[in-house]
Design a binder for this molecule. Sequence first.
Ligand SMILES: Nc1ncnc2c1ncn2[C@@H]1O[C@H](COP(=O)(O)OP(=O)(O)OP(=O)(O)O)[C@@H](O)[C@H]1O
Ligand SMILES: [Mg+2]
Length: 252
Amino acid sequence: MIKAKNLTKKFKDVIAVDHINIDVPQGQIFGFLGPNGAGKTTTIRMLTGTLKPTDGEVEILGLNLKKHEIEIKRRIGVVPDEPRIYSHLKGFEYLEFVMDIYRINNKETLSKIEDLCNAFGVNYLEKMISDMSHGMKQKLILISVLMRKPEVVFLDEPTVGLDAKSAKILKELLKNYAKQGTTIFLTTHILEIAEYMCDVIAIINNGKIITQGTMEELKKQTGDENKTLEDLFLKLTAQEEDIKHIVESLSR
Ligand SMILES: Nc1ncnc2c1ncn2[C@@H]1O[C@H](COP(=O)(O)OP(=O)(O)OP(=O)(O)O)[C@@H](O)[C@H]1O
Ligand SMILES: [Mg+2]
């Protein structure tokens, strides 16, 4: 459902994403982890057609992204890291706008919106988007994507800004969607979320995927069953000794 071959992005001298390969089958929840600046958002932007790769190929839903960009964009959903949406619209106006674009302005969608609003506690659709908090906008975007039930969903740090209840509902909802066949690609810094939700986890560092596999496969790499994903993550992306040293010197 999501395939990247040698996907690469250079920004002048910086290689943000360096020849990565990704293959996510239908119904899988794929977790993309990595430190700040590792290349996660750049990858999502290339996979979803908002950023042109320097090199490499992307296939979504079995279709080449360059050749079938419009069809792909119609069938996928993207929840970006920053909720940048039309601030001059009211919440319901934004949802109507999305329904019109996707030609799904019908009773079925309206009833889905109602269910999603109840689930996420969205009772502020009359408000201007400019007057909404970060988390309120994030939930509005989530509703605008989930109401369409796209076949493939990309979420860039989707729980940032969400309260505990909304985050829990989102996690359970995404798991159910995956069971029903939706393919999900998400980035997160919260390792518990990755561990709880993802079928396969890939860790990217300095633009390169340094490891990927199921949670069990990753745990095996640590060579100790009792080690956590955090232990492995830090081992691969930072030096634990280094962290100890930094904290000690800052605590002085
Ligand atoms: N538009 C841009 N122009 C120049 N450099 C960029 C641009 N976008 C990203 N970069 C650089 O590419 C690298 C990867 O950035 P990216 O946003 O993909 O990281 P990330 O893994 O999403 O990080 P975070 O966890 O902080 O969101 C960084 O070095 C960043 O400075
Ligand atoms: Mg990012």
